[in-house]
Ligand binder design. Sequence first.
Ligand code: IMP
Length: 172
Amino acid sequence: MESHLKLIFSPEEIHLAVNGLASEIRRDYAGKVPLLIGVLKGSFIFLADLIRTLKMPLEVDFIRTVSYGSGDVSSGDVKITKDIDADIENRDVLVVEDIVDTGLTLDGIFRHLQAKNPASLKVCALVDKRARRELPVKIDYSGFRVKEGFLAGYGLDYNEKYRYLPGLYIVK
Ligand code: IMP
């Protein structure tokens, strides 16, 4: 393992967190067929594990925004570069994010989706990173809370690196 990576959540801890989230979501959406919208690219592994753990009728779509150009500095400007394909009017929509930092991305996505009149709109984030929050976004389901630091692994990248790592690491 590269020396500037420090493990903060092991694959076992992630597995437990995903199980916990899936139980809550399964209970809250019982009898419904939610549409889970993964925010590309960072959420793809989390979403894949989450839906296999959920084991309930659901649909999947994806959205992509431009957030961090490279490195770890937020541009502050959220642009949707790939919109969802599904019609979400009157659907129960659950946005699946890898990590919420300033909240700008989630706020932009939330407002974009809300304008399409879903029946309900909630957010599930693997990591809620609090220290640099600029907008008070509501996260309905969160796996881990951390204060700060740049995380990589389990789908999350640092300049496109480390997505393949099975655990979550702090990049030092
Ligand atoms: P926000 O708009 O500042 O909340 O940033 C959200 C997006 O930035 C996430 O969807 C990630 O793609 C990226 N991001 C924020 N913090 C991290 C991190 O620690 N590691 C990897 N990506 C991050």
